[in-house]
Design a protein around this ligand. Structure first.
Ligand code: ADP
Ligand code: MG
Length: 323
């Protein structure tokens, strides 16, 4: 099987009408009137973002879901994607079938189709990259730069599942006291994070700024502070951790810092006016994910984290950095 057969067998069935059956040079798309495009790209490298030797459906799902999380943070509705694959020469291209099954599952679940891409071979590790396209009504764009003094800071879900899932998936740490159910949930979160697309309505209605948590809660919140030229104070006591993670803090004093800075949570941190507090809580009742207020925006620059006594906690590295 060569790369053209692999595209025909495994990728063409995933193509939407915009992709012209993956037989043309490029995709064609007419945006509906009154909508803007929101476009995002993520790249996964074997041995860096997923364990060496794994080429299956889980990797495809992780690729789509990390990108979907960016669209979720921008309150966009996903519609299509372009896919680049640098396939290792040492691995039969027929293994693309398993990968394509993951794409099929998630494009159906999240309502997008394949519009095109590129496939090359490499002597190096598997590298896959997707460019996702979403729609947002014109004038409703939510940037990182819109937070105002006095705004509240909110976060979805719980923090640290990304860090814990990575430790378990790469077998770095064993967390003996975690239940088997919780460990399974964490590993599943690592491969199959749940993009918070359910936040679309709330974000469009109330958010002044938002970001998804891929680098770490502290780093991504600081990105909002920097882009908005304000200072954000987060209160550690308000930050949502899972009960089983909290129970492990005693034996592992550094754990809370790791959870705050580890990244890969794919939750959403956003700011909204204080006046919207009640309305947000009412609107969040119908959501599948919890939503909690963890801090506020004020005059100044940067980010600070306070303990339950109001004392500042110093953390030298606020998130994951590649360089
Ligand atoms: P070109 O050489 O003109 O860039 P290719 O021969 O690489 O085009 O690709 C032919 C068609 O197959 C194009 O429509 C392209 O979008 C599609 N394609 C190639 N690789 C992928 C991929 N990994 N995912 C989706 N579509 C792909
Ligand atoms: Mg061409």
């Amino acid at each position: 099987m060569n790369e053209f057969d692999a595209i025909a067998d495994y990728l063409v069935p995933l193509a939407g009408p915009e992709g012209k059956g993956l037989l043309d040079d490029a995709a064609h798309f007419t945006p509906p009137p009154g909508f803007n495009l929101v476009i995002t790209k993520d790249c996964l490298v074997e041995g860096v973002h997923f364990p060496t030797g794994e080429y299956g459906s889980k990797i495809a799902q992780r690729l789509l879901r990390t990108n979907l999380s960016d669209l979720a943070a921008k309150a966009a509705k996903p519609i299509g994607y372009l896919l680049s694959i640098a396939w290792p020469k040492s691995v039969p291209i027929s293994e693309l079938q398993a990968f394509s099954k993951g794409l099929a599952i998630d494009q159906k679940k999240f309502g997008l189709t394949l519009w095109g891409g590129d496939t090359v071979t490499t002597d190096g590790p598997l590298v896959v990259s997707a460019t996702l396209i979403g729609l947002i009504p014109t004038g409703k764009s939510i940037l990182r730069s819109g937070a105002k003094e006095g705004d509240d800071v909110w976060v979805t879900g719980s923090i640290g599942q990304g860090y814990l899932g990575l430790q378990l998936a790469t077998k770095n740490m064993k967390f003996k006291n975690f239940s088997e159910t919780y460990k399974k949930k964490l590993i599943n979160h690592y491969y199959c994070p749940n993009p918070r697309l359910c936040m679309r309505t709330i974000l469009r209605e109330f958010a002044t700024a938002s970001a998804d948590i891929s680098d770490g809660l502290l780093a991504d919140t600081e990105h909002i502070a920097t882009a908005s030229s304000i200072r954000i104070t987060l209160e550690q006591a308000q930050i949502p951790f899972d009960d089983e993670a909290l129970a492990a803090f005693d034996q592992n004093p550094d754990l809370s810092n790791h959870l705050l800075t580890g990244g890969d949570d794919y939750e959403i941190v956003f700011t909204a006016p204080k006046a919207s507090r009640e309305a947000i809580l009412v609107a969040s009742k119908d959501l599948q994910c919890p939503l909690i207020r963890i801090g506020h925006c004020h005059d100044g620059r940067g980010l600070q984290l306070l303990d339950k006594y109001g004392k500042q906690i110093h953390i030298s590295q606020k998130g994951y950095k590649h360089f």
